[in-house]
Every structure is written in C-alpha cells, then in structure tokens.
Design a protein around this ligand. Structure first.
Ligand code: 0GY
Length: 305
C-alpha cells in the first residue's frame, strides 16, 4: 500500500556523523522505532500521523554506525496495536533486539506468549493526546495485570503537565514502570522548580519507576545550535537529564528515538545525540550503568551473570 506522508514530515537524518564519544562495549539503544515499510507493514487506520519508511535494516545500520550492540524497538503509534513491523525487526535481529508492544484488552494469552517468544518484554501506554485516542484506565490496568505475569514492564509516555492527574494510576501499576523522556519536562522552567520536582518526587516515591533520559532534541528550547562547542547542542536539557542520572543511576535508560517522529524544526544528527551522553552521565561508571547494565537487567536478564 502507498502512503502519503503527513505534510511537513521530516525524514530521519540520512548521513549521521560518527560520534566522538565511544560508547561502552555492549551498549543498548533502549528507545527506537521502525516505521513500516508501509508497503510491507501498513500503517494503522487510526494513526495520527503518516511517517516516512524507516526499516529494520536501516535501524540496524545506524546501530552499527553509532557503535551500539543492541536495540529496544518500541511500538510506534502510527502502527496502532498491529505489532508486525516491530516483531519482524526483533525476529531479524539475531537476538540483538527486544521490543515493547501496544496491545488491546482483546489480546489473547497465546498472542502475548507469541510476543514474548520473539523478544517483547513490555507494553506501552501512551497519554500524549496528539498521538492517541483515550483508552479507559480500567482497560490499561487489566492489561498491566496480565503482562505482569509474564515479567514484562509498562512504558508510559505523557506530558509533564499531566503527571498530577495520572499519578494515582501510575502508582497502582503492578510492574516496573519506564517513563519516556523524563515525562517531557518544560526545560524552560527551573530544574529545581515545581514541575520537575514533582517528577523527581515521583521517582523517589516509586522504586519501581525508571526513566529514559532521552530526547534532548524534543525537549530543548535552545535547540540544535551548538552553544559550548561545535558538537555541543541541547545544553538546556543537560541539568534535567543529569539530575535524574545522578539521583537514580540504577533506573535510567538511554535511546536515540530514531527515526524521530513528529519533529517540526530540525532533524537531529544521531552522532551528535550520542555525544550528548557524557554530558548527562559524566563518569565511566554512570555511562556503563546507563548504556549497558540497566538495559541488560531489564531486557536481557537471562544474560546477567
Ligand atoms: C517518541 C515520540 C513521539 C511519537 C511516538 O509512538 C509514537 O508515535 O513515540 C512523539 O511524537 O512525541 O518518543 O518516539
């Protein structure tokens, strides 16, 4: 099937630079997506955007280029609860990718087992209104109870302003909970201001909650402009991500977010995104936890010696 991209859609960066930061051996890109290709894996009728194609082969080529070893492929909303493109990527990864799916209440136990067998280890609940229609919380809680039995976790995606309203629901989730992109703080506000303090409190009070310290390109107000050196963009996000890495070093993950859906102003050079890592994880020990130990514990626990 041929799909017309959403007007103004920005395609992923075709020729990313080589990072100057050498990531530790065995690093995991713990947040990335595949889109289609639409001709093979059609986008969902209920989608809010139609992206460019971004295939598993292109994802794995980027992984190698950046020096990473593994991927966690997160189901993108443009594929709804049809997980075939993500599953196909896992199947062709030689065991080097695990996945996070989107499922509905109607999913059968056999389907969950099948997803587990190919490497799915979590489900994503999305509360970003521009991306998805509302799913009743009782339905999500029912899904959470079922996937908890498989040892899976729940990935949650929401905007910082919605945390107060969602707090009780998130607190009741019976699994490990992974927050996408630090709960999307407004980095124009102080790092010790009311909004981000609430997120830090949320992590402090819930030892089962982890955070991806990803997406500076999405959160930054100063943007891609290099402020402190040629390869030094998105500086306004650093204090936020660094604070989370340093207070919760055992509960943080990092990902490229390739192919970067719905960016409006610029498409990041993925090599530069990797060079952001030593600014937020400033010791080799923190870098190893962020890129290797934590994602391995969550997604490949059977390999932990
Ligand atoms: C992200 C962000 C976005 C979209 C999706 O599944 C998706 O459609 O995740 C977004 O537009 O903010 O983290 O990948």
């Amino acid at each position: 099937m041929d799909f017309e991209k959403t007007p103004g859609w920005m395609d992923w960066y075709a020729d990313p630079s080589k990072p100057t930061f050498p990531v530790p051996l065995g690093s995991v890109d713990a947040h990335c997506h595949v889109f289609g290709p639409g001709a093979e894996f059609p986008f969902a009728p209920e989608r809010k955007y139609t992206p460019c194609d971004a295939s598993k082969a292109q994802l794995f080529a980027l992984r190698n280029h950046l020096g990473f070893a593994r991927n966690v492929v997160v189901q993108a909303t443009c594929h709804g609860a049809d997980n075939r493109a993500m599953v196909d990527a896992l199947i062709h990864s030689n065991g080097m990718a695990r996945g996070v799916a989107t499922v509905k209440r109607s999913v059968t136990d056999q389907e969950l087992q099948d997803l587990h067998a190919v490497g799915v280890r979590g489900v994503r609940f999305n509360f970003v209104k521009r991306l998805v229609d509302f799913t009743p919380k009782d339905e999500l809680m029912e899904i959470a109870a079922r996937i908890a039995k498989l040892g899976w976790h729940v990935v949650i995606y929401f905007e910082a302003v919605d945390l107060p309203e969602l707090w009780d629901f998130f607190s009741a989730l019976p699994t490990t909970v992974v927050v996408d992109h630090m709960g999307r703080p407004d980095v124009g506000l102080p790092v010790d201001g009311e909004q981000f303090e609430l997120f830090v409190k949320f992590m402090r009070e819930h030892p089962n909650v982890w955070s991806k310290v990803s997406c500076p390109e999405r959160l930054s107000v100063t943007g891609p402009k290099a402020l402190g050196g040629e390869r030094d963009p998105y500086r306004d996000v650093i204090p936020f991500a660094r604070r989370i890495v340093e207070e919760f070093p055992e509960r943080v993950l990092w990902g490229t977010d390739w192919p970067h859906p719905n960016l409006k102003d610029h498409m990041p050079d993925d090599g530069l995104l990797v060079d952001f890592i030593p600014h937020i994880a400033v010791t080799t020990e923190l870098q190893h936890q962020l890129l290797v130990d934590n994602p391995m514990r969550l997604y490949w626990p059977e390999e932990n010696g």
